[in-house]
Design a protein around this ligand. Structure first.
Ligand code: BF8
Ligand code: SF4
Length: 642
């Protein structure tokens, strides 16, 4: 590969391990990657990018060309078309998270009824807390009775026809009141998704503001509904994470071990997969095959789930899924749902890797399917592990590339555990966090979350934004692929605060031993951030609503429809939310204005778009400072750095 080509690759990823594999991959003309396919896709369709292409009925497809075809055949304007397309993205994102949540509730139900022998309630305290939130009387009954009632209540949230979903009551009173007054309180999750699809059918809801308002309500049913249920019930079933140490990046793959990768989102199978990989008989089988051990590592949010609860190493984030296979070191990759590139099938054919799909909801052409059922989870997991071990001696030494890079991190923070730390061991309290913000030691807090996208240098926006924020005494919490990016960049080690954090944040990290960037989990764990924000308001001294808090959110490399739903539920909860690239609605000035301006009058949060991560961080910092001023807080204790 020429120096020029290497130079070009540097623009593709900020992660040296990824570049090492990418450089080699580009020398092999049989190999493609998301980056090469992205290049092949240029120029991308401008109508699609602007959101002014409509194909929801067969009079179309219609596309808006100002001065030529200003409306679709039915008369729909660019505003209507862009708004409809966008809220359909929200509905799909909300559906993905919430269907995940529903499956977890099913697992809980079956576990209690004895149908899923491999699962049990691991966190009884969390169960009791959830029971209180659902108004289930704890009584002095048995754990199983309580779990059954909580599971029934959780399931009812999906289909509730009238009245709002229960967990919205976790929001501050002011926020709940606002949602109620504005007609934004979400009813059952399924109902909001279905109604969004109905309203965006040909010839139904065409006032763009009205359409977008339904988008906000639908997103709220995700954030405070399906997503929150997913997190909480996973904690009940698999245990609430506690801070722990782990490692991240492709270098976690091991030369002498059978490397098995779990990729996707739902932890039900990966939890038992981890257990299966520790089975003495399977370890013995691995040794017979010439391996020293069995190494399970994760990709994407499944990785975050088992990292948070077991310290299982993370091989990489979204754009590293193909690269992991290209190392030639992976015996087997097991996938379930969401963010799985169909291209994996072709990539795997070039290597010895066995690719196995497991979800009844997702099959991939050319990929072996081994359907997972909670009823025989451990058995299925063992079969898959065995298959991976059996593949160990098929490794081709000529096709191996093992980057060294692996970084230590502390993960496993939750809205509960962070502040057990900050608040001392006696009771969980947000007082020290709020006080640190009030006295100006901390400027505020930011959630930086979301995907990778080959349209942006991989990991660069996440890590540069996080660095700029911590330098200015903004505590960063992170989830999803953003958290993996920060972990790889070493930002989740407590000692990094000494070099990179501002003085105030450094003092806090030093005193309590936390990193300046906190790993809060997977994408459904964005609900932990909603809880955290509500708890900050409840602790007092920082206003009465989430929109009063000196905080901001960002998804600086966003890609998926889930990210659209997440962005909307944060804005609908009152959070200023920054994305690198706008939603595909730029063909409608009115929709753009609504999202970046008018929406603030409705919900107190709004969107902003900026591609440069440093500039974007400063927009977030400016917003945080405005909120500080509005609250009458002292100026920051330490000077701002630009
Ligand atoms: O749910 S951050 S690329 S892996 S969508 Fe996907 Fe985006 Fe990663 Fe997790 Ni979330
Ligand atoms: Fe065209 Fe209207 Fe049909 Fe959309 S709904 S495809 S704009 S005719």
């Amino acid at each position: 590969m020429s120096d020029n080509e290497k130079e070009e690759n540097i623009k593709k990823s900020a992660d040296p391990a990824s570049l090492e594999v990418l450089d080699l991959a580009e020398e092999d003309e049989d190999l493609q990657s998301a980056w090469s396919r992205y290049d092949d896709m240029q120029p991308q369709c401008q109508f699609g990018e602007d959101g002014v292409c409509c194909r929801i009925c067969n009079m179309g497809p219609c596309r808006i060309i100002p001065g030529k075809s200003d409306t679709g055949v039915c008369g729909a304007t660019a505003d209507t078309i862009a708004a409809r397309n966008l809220v359909r993205m929200i509905a799909a994102g909300a559906a993905a998270h919430s269907d995940h949540g529903r499956d977890v509730v099913h697992t809980l139900t079956e576990a209690i009824e004895g149908e899923d022998p491999d699962y049990e309630v691991k966190d009884y305290d969390k169960l009791k807390k959830l029971a209180r939130d659902f108004g289930v009387n704890e009584g002095n009954g048995k754990k199983d009775r309580l779990a059954k009632e909580v599971a029934d209540e959780s399931l009812a949230e999906f289909g509730r026809q009238e009245g709002d979903i229960t967990l919205t009551e976790r929001a501050p009173d002011e926020r709940y009141k606002l949602w109620k007054e504005e007609g934004l309180l979400p009813r059952g999750i399924d109902r909001e998704v279905v109604e969004t699809m109905h309203r965006t059918h040909m010839g139904v809801d065409t006032d763009y503001r009205h359409v977008l308002k339904q988008g906000l309500r639908c997103a709220l049913s995700d954030g405070w509904g399906g997503t929150m249920i997913a997190t909480d019930v996973q904690d009940v079933l698999f245990g609430t994470p506690e801070p722990l140490q782990a490692r991240v990046n492709l270098g976690v793959l091991e030369e002498d071990a059978v490397n098995l990768i779990v990729h996707g989102h739902e932890p039900a199978l990966s939890e038992v997969f981890v257990e299966a990989a520790r089975d003495p008989e399977l370890l013995e089988f691995a040794r017979e095959k010439g391996a020293e051990s069995i190494n399970v590592a994760g990709i994407c949010c499944t990785a975050n789930e088992i990292l948070m609860r077991h310290g299982i190493p993370v091989a990489g984030n979204f754009l590293q899924q193909e690269l992991a296979i290209m190392t030639g070191m992976v015996e087997l990759m097991m996938v379930d749902v969401q963010c799985i590139m169909p291209a994996l099938s072709d990539t795997a054919k070039n290597f010895h890797t066995d690719l196995i799909s497991t979800s009844p909801k997702a099959k991939f052409p050319g990929v072996e399917h081994k359907e997972f059922s909670e009823k025989n989870a451990l058995e299925t997991a063992k079969e898959i592990v065995k298959k991976g071990i059996d593949n160990f001696d098929n490794r081709n030494p000529e096709k191996q590339t093992l980057p060294d890079q692996k970084e230590d991190l502390i993960g496993g923070f939750t809205s509960e555990s962070v502040f057990d730390f900050l608040g001392g061991t006696y009771r969980s309290t947000y007082r020290p966090l709020n006080d640190a913000i009030i006295d100006g030691r901390l400027l505020g807090a930011a959630g930086v979350v979301g995907c990778n996208n080959p349209d942006t240098c991989h990991d660069y926006n996440h890590t540069e934004m996080a660095k700029e924020l911590i330098k200015n005494d903004v505590l960063v919490v992170s989830t999803g692929c953003s958290a993996i990016a920060d972990g790889k960049a070493g930002l989740m080690k407590p000692e990094v605060a000494f070099d990179l954090a501002g003085e105030g944040l450094e003092e806090i990290c030093r005193a309590v031993g936390i990193p300046p960037v906190l790993h809060l989990g997977s994408c459904v764990d964005n609900s932990r951030i909603l809880t955290l924000l509500s708890n900050m308001v409840a602790e007092g001294g920082l206003g009465d609503d989430i929109s009063d808090l000196p905080v901001a959110g960002a998804a600086p490399e966003w890609m998926s429809e889930k990210a659209v739903s997440i962005g909307f539920y944060f804005v609908a909860s009152g959070v200023y939310t920054l994305l690198n690239k706008p939603f595909p609605v730029t063909g409608s000035e009115k929709v753009m204005d609504y999202l970046t301006d008018d929406i603030e009058d409705l919900v107190g949060g709004k969107f902003a778009f900026e591609e440069d991560p440093k500039k974007a961080a400063h927009m977030m910092i400016d917003h945080i400072e405005t909120k500080r001023e509005e609250l009458g807080l002292k100026s920051a204790m330490y000077a701002k750095t630009s």
